[in-house]
Design a protein around this ligand. Structure first.
Ligand code: MG
Length: 386
């Protein structure tokens, strides 16, 4: 039996967090701390069930609910960014799962690395915006980063037992999202509801919208560069409609190793938390014959501006990845609020790569400044672009 690990889960009430709780219960992991953005009721239920020692709610107005729920117990109740950072540093935690959504996840990731914690990383914005800082800090501290994103988990799994320096390229697979094969003209009047219905994966709102625009794949492109030390030209994006091949690695001998499975996030979540063990997972086994055919296609860069913008930002480097990420977070919330049409998300994100200047990134403040500048740009210009 593997050793029992002590873990903390940032973002435990979201899609990834909820599945991580299920994995933790199945394999007897000790859950020391849980955090949520605003869902206090679910957080309280989870913390009681798992006997967590610390709970943190990002939305400070909900702290009284936590205090009342744990009144008279030893459970510590925290809130806000300070609370997240304190949980990131907890001494008795071996591995922190970061599954919060958005840039909010960056500071806790850096705090956890600073405290020498291994990280199971589901917060892709962390690596997109602050990749250079995060990877440098992890190297310096000897901290391991286990990718939770299915594609990066796949690449990580394909590399096991092989030499990283003999990798020639990575094939990053994409489902293509709900609008695969559509033209720009056909996407003019897309509703929020249509954008939020993904063919293969069930996920949170932000990432589902990012999958519809292909921003998600663009973010993953940048994430892969940082995690595996790749140049942009070493990453090929291939649409794999069935989401059965989660990504692949090509080596110098032109041998390609792929990782497959049903599209279910519990597999990569469990691999990250239980690494290097492969244990029974509460998910269906893969039946290739049930699928019959797997299909492959090139991504459509003309229709999906977000993908183009991310690859461009990856080539430019410096502050640009943080800028496209910040612009996208802002544009997605405008779209979800019904303030801009679907295609404008991509137009706004792409225009950031044209209108904003690249700056060097040395500190967290540099990242936050780039993020802030891009958000301001989107808020000021979303009405002007036609
Ligand atoms: Mg993914």
């Amino acid at each position: 039996m593997p050793n029992v690990k002590n873990i903390s889960i940032l973002g435990s009430t979201g899609s990834i967090g909820t599945q991580a709780v299920e994995i933790a219960k199945k394999h007897g992991l000790r859950v020391i701390a849980l955090t949520a953005n605003t869902n206090a009721d679910k957080l309280i239920r989870q913390a009681k069930e798992l006997s967590a020692e610390y709970v943190c709610i990002y939305d400070e107005s909900k702290l009284p609910m936590l205090k009342q729920a744990f009144d008279g117990t030893d459970v510590k109740t925290l809130c806000g960014m300070d609370g997240l950072c304190r949980i990131a540093r907890l001494e008795n935690v071996d591995i922190m799962l970061n599954s919060v959504v958005g840039m909010v996840g960056l500071r806790p990731t850096l705090e956890a690395i600073g405290a020498g914690k291994d990280i199971a990383l589901a917060n892709k914005e962390t690596l997109v915006a602050g990749g250079e800082l995060v990877i440098a800090a992890a190297k310096q501290k000897g901290v391991k980063i286990f990718p939770v994103d299915s594609e990066h988990s796949a690449i990580f799994q394909c590399l096991q037992g092989n030499k990283r320096e003999q990798l020639s390229k990575v094939i990053l697979t994409a489902s293509g999202g709900p609008f695969f094969g559509r033209t720009r003209d056909e996407l003019k009047d897309v509703t929020v509801e249509q954008a939020l219905s993904h063919p293969n994966w069930s996920m949170g709102k932000k990432i589902t919208c990012d999958s519809a625009t292909l921003m998600n794949k663009g973010l993953e492109f940048i994430e892969a560069m940082h995690l595996f030390g790749l140049t942009p030209s070493q990453i090929e994006i291939v649409v794999q409609r069935e989401s059965v091949i989660h990504s692949a690695v090509e080596f110098n001998d032109h041998s390609v190793i792929a990782q497959m499975g049903v599209p279910d996030m519990k597999i990569p979540i469990q691999y990250a938390l239980m690494y290097p063990d492969r244990l029974d997972c509460p998910t269906k086994p893969l039946s290739l014959c049930d699928y019959g055919t797997l299909s492959f296609a090139k991504p459509d860069f003309d229709t999906f501006d977000c993908l183009t913008a991310c690859i461009k930002a990856a080539r430019i480097g410096g502050s640009m990845p943080a800028a496209v990420n910040g612009a996208n977070e802002e544009a997605v919330s405008l779209f979800l609020d019904g303030k801009i049409p679907f295609l404008r998300i991509g137009e706004l994100v792409l225009s950031v790569t044209e209108k904003l200047e690249r700056r060097d990134i040395h500190t967290l403040d540099d990242v936050l400044a780039a993020d802030e500048e891009a958000r301001r740009f989107v808020k000021e210009s979303y009405n002007e672009l036609t």
